[in-house]
Design a protein around this ligand. Structure first.
Ligand code: HEM
Length: 135
């Protein structure tokens, strides 16, 4: 192989690495702190989000094809299992995705990058649901 033309650019590279990932997570939790739609979602998170922010940044960096620090620290993500302790229905899923969509709009200048990330996170957030819709 002489070049990297056949290597895919990861989302992690696309957004510019760990620093933009950290800004995205800061904006995500700032939205969770302020959006009325996210009040209940915020309430089930710890008051101090320092550690939560650090862990979500590592997770998203790894999920976007960046360094594997999350798994080095915490093992296989088992993300659905890790959320079993929380009630995740459509409302929680939608609130989570709303905070993330706004955060992407605020921190990722490239609309294709934003769309690629949100488009891949949406089914992941839906898969996290452990409550059936009412009715
Ligand atoms: C694509 C969607 C989601 C992703 C990628 C995601 C990711 C994560 C990650 C990586 C963690 C840390 C897990 C660990 O300790 O290793 C976490 C924790 C958590 N997640 Fe999610 N999550 C998602 C959706 C949701 C939803 C819909 C809810 C709503 C109930 C939720 C509520 C929580 C809570 C309450 C914590 C614990 C925070 C803490 O104790 O610090 N998550 N999530």
């Amino acid at each position: 192989m002489t070049g990297d033309s056949d290597q895919k650019t990861t989302l992690y590279q696309w957004i510019g690495g760990m620093e933009p990932a950290g800004r995205l997570v800061e904006a995500f939790y700032a939205n969770m702190d302020t959006l009325p739609e996210a009040r209940d979602l915020r309430a089930i998170h710890p008051p101090d989000l320092t550690e939560t922010k650090r862990v979500l940044t590592l997770y998203l960096a790894q999920w976007m094809g960046g360094p594997g620090d999350y798994s080095a620290e915490r093992g296989h993500p088992r993300l659905r299992a890790r959320h079993m302790g929380f009630s995740v229905g459509e409302a929680e899923r939608d609130a989570w995705l709303l905070c993330m969509k706004r955060a992407l709009d605020e921190t990722i200048p490239d609309p294709r990058g934003r769309q690629a990330i949100l488009g891949a996170l949406a089914p992941l957030a839906d898969w996290m649901r452990n409550q059936q819709p009412a009715g």
